[in-house]
Write a protein that binds this ligand. Structure first.
Ligand SMILES: Cc1cc2nc3c(=O)[nH]c(=O)nc-3n(C[C@H](O)[C@H](O)[C@H](O)COP(=O)(O)OP(=O)(O)OC[C@H]3O[C@@H](n4cnc5c(N)ncnc54)[C@H](O)[C@@H]3O)c2cc1C
Length: 482
């Protein structure tokens, strides 16, 4: 066994259990490790980051630090460029090996490639492992023709044939870390100079995440298929695990294994199907990871080249109304206000609000993608982009552009009593349910201090169909000539 410590670089895997890098490093060095996290040093503004998610990250780091302390070690926090800080830590700790998990987005991948080059230059053994982010990592699956999957169903079928690796235990026994290593104090939102927001985020930490998973599997999981699309339910009838998976507070493999076991242990066929539906949603997560891994260009352009250059409208006032939840469409406004207040939005309502932005207002999906990334605590580059492109009709396995959802009938279907709407739009507290699911008569409003609908859905639907159709026709003609 080696006596030099191993440097373990935590990234989006802020847990002790089922952590292949930590597990491997602790075994290889008999517990002599340097657990490190490098905070970014950008300040104030970032296109895809906001205060609520950074606050959740701070809580998750504090919880990880506590859990490591309980094992006799400590989290060494540094700020700055990850490559430079890790090099400094290798130097200071005389670590002989570096352990971490591979990322899925192009920014993380670019950093890890530089980190690997730096460590190899120093003669440090690098263990860059899968298992930190998704279940089956990055390029694990390609279709029969050797090309990346762009449609979910065949991807999911192939995915389910792979064996999900067994879980690894958290290290047992004492861990030790050189005492003289400088560690910065735990950060708060002020670290990035982000203005604090009145957003109530979920409790962070590995224990809180595992408790959420357990309570979901004990109750709502068995009814998930039938009830997951009802945004009003409290407590939620979906898992509410997305922020935990985003920061790796619980591994996706653990969520998978525990849910699969719950499915297999249950006699009721409906409940079994329900839990299996949940497992199918977890596969969507890996699906979008692999879309981004194979097609990093989706962060700039539409995955489907025919949709590139669509004439989106430029209307900052309309965008603002959508962001502020003042569109006059109750279900859209409820979702946008839930997002602002909690850093979360129910999945069904994410679809409704995204379709509204792209198909009713005809505003560029990238504006919505950015707004969601700045506000969602679970904001994840791959899954946010994949879902936005799905809603816009330009992405992988997308809803076809001509399938345009009607926000009025969607709210009648998924929030018939209007409880979700009333919870987030207090101006509508006294409005009858019928008034929430259909446009008011011309010149009327749903409630005195609530705005009238900013557009006529039926009219915008026709316009959008025309604009999209014309664009696709011309894009196809251009493609056939070239
Ligand atoms: C426009 C739009 C943007 C989105 N942005 C994000 C994002 O940034 N980060 C994110 O994690 N999810 C995103 N989603 C997917 C989905 O809305 C959330 O994962 C889900 O609402 C989280 O709630 P939950 O944990 O209770 O989900 P559950 O219904 O309990 O699902 C379990 C897990 O499966 C995964 N999952 C479920 N649905 C999807 C999906 N459509 N795509 C990918 N994974 C899924 C999530 O990890 C989720 O935690 C987005 C969806 C839309 C329509």
């Amino acid at each position: 066994m080696s006596t030099a410590p191993a440097l373990v670089w935590f990234r989006r895997d802020l847990r002790l259990s089922d952590h292949p890098a930590l597990h491997g490093a602790a075994r290889a060095t008999n517990g002599a490790i340097v657990p490190a996290y490098v905070l970014s040093d950008w300040k104030k503004h970032h296109r895809w980051t906001g205060e609520p998610r950074q606050r959740f990250l701070c809580g998750a780091l504090a919880s990880l630090a506590q859990n490591l302390a309980a094992l006799g070690t400590r989290l060494v926090l540094r700020t700055g460029d990850a490559v430079a800080e890790l090099e400094r830590l290798l130097e200071e700790s005389r670590a002989a090996s570096l352990w971490f998990h591979l990322d899925v987005d192009p920014f993380g991948i670019a950093t890890e490639q530089k980190v690997i080059a730096m460590a190899e230059r120093r003669g440090v053994a690098v263990h860059a492992l899968p298992g930190g982010v998704g279940i089956h990592e990055r390029g694990a699956l390609v279709s029969g023709s050797g090309r990346p999957y762009q449609v979910y169903a065949p991807y999911a079928r192939a995915w389910r044939k792979l064996v999900v690796p067994e879980l690894l235990r958290a290290p047992r026994g004492r861990l030790s870390t050189p005492a003289d290593l400088r560690a910065e104090p735990m950060p708060d939102g002020a670290h990035w100079q982000l203005p604090p927001e009145q957003t109530e985020v979920s409790a962070p930490g590995e224990r809180a995440a595992r408790a959420r998973l357990s309570s979901f599997l004990r109750g709502p999981a068995a009814r998930y298929a039938a009830e997951r699309d009802q945004p009003a339910a409290t407590p939620a009838n979906a898992s509410r695990l997305s922020q935990d998976l985003r920061f790796g507070l619980v591994s996706a493999r653990e969520a998978w294994h525990r849910a699969a076991r719950a499915r297999d242990d249950i006699d009721d066929a409906g409940a079994r199907q329900s839990i299996d539906k949940f497992l199918g949603e977890m596969i969507w997560r890996d699906f979008f990871f692999q879309v981004l891994w194979h097609h990093p260009e989706v962060l700039d352009v539409e995955l489907n080249p025919l949709f590139r250059g669509l004439p989106w409208r430029d209307d900052p006032a309309a965008l603002r109304a959508w962001q502020d939840g003042l569109t006059g469409f109750p279900i859209v406004d409820a979702g946008m206000r839930q997002l602002r207040a909690t850093g979360f939005m129910h999945n069904r309502v994410r679809i409704i609000t995204a379709m509204f932005l792209t198909k009713d207002l005809r505003l560029d999906w990238r504006a919505g993608e950015q707004w969601f990334m700045q506000r969602l605590v679970d904001g994840d580059i791959a899954n946010n982009n994949g879902n936005w492109q799905w809603c816009a009709g330009s992405g992988a396995d997308a809803a076809p552009y001509f399938r345009i959802q009607n926000p009025w009938s969607q709210s009648a279907r998924h929030d018939p009593a209007g409880d979700y709407i009333r919870a987030w739009v207090p101006e509508l507290r006294d409005a009858p349910a019928t008034a929430l699911h259909e446009p008011p008569a011309p010149g009327q409003r749903c409630a005195p201090d609530y705005p009238p609908p900013m557009v006529n859905h039926a009219h915008e639907r026709e316009e959008t169909l025309q604009v999209f159709r014309a664009h696709l026709t011309s894009a196809r003609q251009k493609a056939s000539k070239s």
